[in-house]
Design a protein around this ligand. Structure first.
Ligand code: UGY
Ligand code: MN
Length: 255
């Protein structure tokens, strides 16, 4: 949509960013032929991971990420076939997979396929091997109240096991529900609003947010959210997990 006065809700700050669909810029990469990519979070803004949308032509196939990089992918629209070391998995809407670093795989679009992907350097833990792949669908993952609040339901998509260094969760807020306090933590977040909307506090800024918006929260970005409106607000959120902050690569801004 043409913006007559150059306005946008997108806002890129030192320790957080809100990226709204109106400011998306598409690009291409060699290992994603026949697809358009929209990188919304990258190390260039200070993050230690990437988050990007993939718009695939029917039949398009994407290849694995760079060496040492693990990948989480989530189907926003359409269907995809994920082939991991020769085993095929059919993913439909809200299907997801965590593919461990250095694991051969391809993603092939079936129909009108739109993905959101997160990638990050895997951080091994002494004494632990690489995790295996995780494949599932949000509809099959049990939900539990977050910190006892029935108005805020949490689905954990990745098992809480030491070999994993990240978590991906769905948080579902009933209208009026909020995070209980302003969180501050060394871990980062990459968030995609799936449905509904509300007000996100990031550091000392308060932003209206809605479906399709992406948020980067860097280490120690103060964060709070309240769902506003008559329907639930739901988001997908990445967080680095279970690694000491002094582990090289575990926290802080990318160099
Ligand atoms: O797990 C979290 O840190 C989560 N509650 N943060 C957030 O929703 N901004
Ligand atoms: Mn948090």
């Amino acid at each position: 949509m043409r913006q007559k006065f150059g306005e946008t809700r997108s806002s890129i700050r030192d320790r957080h960013a809100l990226i709204c669909p109106d400011s998306h810029e598409r690009t291409i990469l060699e290992h994603w032929p026949d697809s358009l990519l929209i990188f919304v979070i990258t190390p260039q803004m200070g993050a230690r991971f990437t988050q990007y949308f993939v718009e695939m032509n029917d039949g398009a196939t994407g290849g694995a990420p760079l060496a040492g990089i693990e990948r989480f992918l989530f189907v926003l629209k359409g269907q995809a076939v994920l082939s991991i070391e020769g085993h095929g998995h059919e993913l439909d809407e809200e299907g997801f997979a965590l593919v461990p670093a250095d694991t051969a795989h391809t993603v092939t679009a079936r129909q009108g396929t739109r993905l959101i992907i997160y990638e990050r350097p895997y951080i091994p833990l002494d004494g632990q091997g690489l995790p295996g792949p995780v494949v599932g669908n949000v509809r099959d993952v049990p939900a539990a109240p977050m910190k006892g609040d029935e108005m805020l339901m949490l689905q954990k998509l990745i098992p809480a096991q030491a070999e994993f260094d990240c978590e991906f969760n769905i948080m579902d807020f009933s209208p009026g529900a909020s995070l209980p306090y302003v969180e501050t933590h060394y871990m980062e977040h990459g968030l995609l609003m799936l449905n509904g909307g509300g007000i996100y506090r990031l550091d000392n800024c308060w932003y209206p947010v809605e479906g399709g918006d992406v948020i980067w929260m860097g280490p120690y970005c103060g964060q709070w959210f309240c769902a506003v409106g008559r329907s639930n607000a739901r988001y997908l959120i990445y967080k680095n997990w279970y690694r000491d902050p002094l582990t090289p690569g575990a926290g802080g801004h990318a160099q």
